[in-house]
Design a binder for this molecule. Structure first.
Ligand SMILES: Cc1cc2nc3c(=O)[nH]c(=O)nc-3n(C[C@H](O)[C@H](O)[C@H](O)COP(=O)(O)O)c2cc1C
Length: 165
């Protein structure tokens, strides 16, 4: 299974990235094939047709499973992630199974991934079978929310695998 992680944090090698990699590993049993740390794409994101952005898009479009992760900034996902998602046309992901993840400092924005990130992912063609996941940056690795979410998401992934066989 080709699992690709996309991380939209202006800070490279962030907790958001670590959490997304952890989710990928615990969900699928192995490390993701690739992590696209969107900040590495730099100014190429500000226009259209940049070669590195095109390469990153190619990796995303080849995925069987995507995990798209962002820190919570002012109650929503990051502007950096939006720059990358805007590079995709409507429906372009072609129903790739996608899980949305956001990290935040406080619990009051727990619905932000479901209410802000998921609609954009669906607009560009993601199929999001599970509820979006919100984790606190201080405790993401040992959270009960993560354990509970994994149980649900794993069932969705299993069903998708069965349908493919
Ligand atoms: C500009 C900015 C805005 C933020 N806004 C929020 C917010 O609205 N809600 C929240 O829970 N955390 C907020 N935070 C905290 C970040 O979401 C949190 O630090 C981040 O998820 C930690 O992940 P990182 O270590 O990967 O950057 C904000 C942080 C910054 C820098």
């Amino acid at each position: 299974m080709n699992v690709i992680v996309v991380v939209g944090n202006p800070k490279p090698a962030s907790r958001t990235r670590a959490a997304a990699e952890l989710v990928a590993e615990r969900l699928t049993g192995s490390a993701p094939q690739a992590v696209i740390d969107v900040v590495d794409l730099g100014a190429g994101l500000l226009g259209w047709g940049d070669a590195a952005v095109a390469q990153a898009k190619k990796a995303v479009l080849a995925a069987d499973v995507l995990i798209v992760a962002s820190p919570t900034f002012k109650g929503t996902y990051s502007g950096l992630l939006k720059l990358f998602l805007d590079q995709f046309g409507q429906g372009e992901l072609g129903q790739i199974t996608t899980f949305a993840l956001m990290l935040g400092a406080a619990p009051q924005h727990a619905l932000a991934p479901e209410l802000t990130l998921r609609p954009v992912l669906v607009e560009i063609g993601a199929s999001c079978p599970a509820p979006s996941l919100y984790l606190l940056d201080s405790s993401y690795a040992e959270s009960r929310e993560l354990d509970a979410w994994l149980a649900v998401a794993a069932k969705h992934l299993e069903r998708i695998g069965d349908d493919r066989d």
